[in-house]
Design a protein around this ligand. Structure first.
Ligand code: FES
Length: 252
């Protein structure tokens, strides 16, 4: 039987025997991830229009030194490293941006341009990708603050109320929680380092947790994109409302 060859020619950038439009996979990543990066950077430095009524933009949560007593720049810059580090070291995003922005490789079985000095993620700066698990711990702390913000978004002068922004913030924190809980490191924490799932009651419980984590993990890419959109749109909505460009609609 003839063997089908789709491997790239070594050392020749872009060479491939693939016949599909492989570059279509990286175009949306360049547009969406690049667009989000530009928007988030502008908003983080803007330092304005991040709060309205009970709504607080996720880019600014937790809100530290809003009165500029000891920090004269945007409060978003004080917390930026946490969410940014978590996303930047995410296993899925690494694959996406290595391909889209570094073209290393541009796609499966497509030639890349690098020479012989390639060390993967074993030397600086890429060795820092191994900090992902620690960024996960930090992300869980951020989630707690964002859940608090989402609950506060239903409180209007102490009374329960619902505005469009309340629902937007709730949807955002649900998607962010799904993204975090579907993390590869969560799956490893729940079910890793075990030789036997069925040996004790505790390991059987971990097996159940591991199956749940695996279910979410299989959808990690989906949650990565949905939560990216939801964070950006939540911030954009609160920015528009607080600047007076649009009005928040109250249902209750
Ligand atoms: S692997 Fe994507 S957040 Fe952990």
């Amino acid at each position: 039987m003839a063997e089908i060859q789709i491997a790239a020619q070594p050392g020749k950038f872009g060479s491939t025997l693939r016949r599909d439009n492989w570059w279509l996979e990286i175009l949306p990543v360049i547009v969406v991830l690049g667009g989000f990066g530009a928007y988030a950077t502008l908003r983080a430095f803007e330092g304005n229009y991040y709060m309205w009524g009970p709504y607080l933009s996720p880019f600014y949560s937790p809100l530290i030194d809003a009165g500029h007593r000891w920090w004269k720049f945007s409060p978003a810059l004080l917390i930026l490293a946490g969410p940014l580090g978590f996303r930047a070291t995410c296993y899925y995003y690494r694959k996406a941006y290595y391909r889209a922005f570094f073209l290393d490789p541009p796609a499966c079985a497509v030639g890349e341009s690098r020479g012989h000095g390639y060390k993967g993620e074993t030397s600086f700066p890429f060795i820092l990708q191994n900090l992902h698990r620690y960024f996960l711990y930090l992300a869980i702390v951020f989630l707690a603050f964002l859940w608090y913000d989402a609950i506060v978004a239903f409180s209007w002068d102490g009374a329960f109320g619902i505005g469009v922004g309340s629902l937007v913030m709730l949807a955002n924190i649900i998607l962010l929680s799904l993204y975090t809980l579907s993390c590869h490191s969560v799956r490893h924490l729940v079910g890793g380092k075990l030789d036997c799932f069925s040996c004790t009651a505790a390991t059987r419980t971990r097996h159940t947790g591991w199956r749940g984590a695996s279910f979410l993990n299989e959808r990690h890419m989906l949650f990565a994109w949905l939560s990216l959109f939801s964070v950006g749109l939540t911030d954009f909505y609160i920015r528009m409302v607080s600047s007076g460009a649009i009005k928040d609609i109250r249902f209750l």
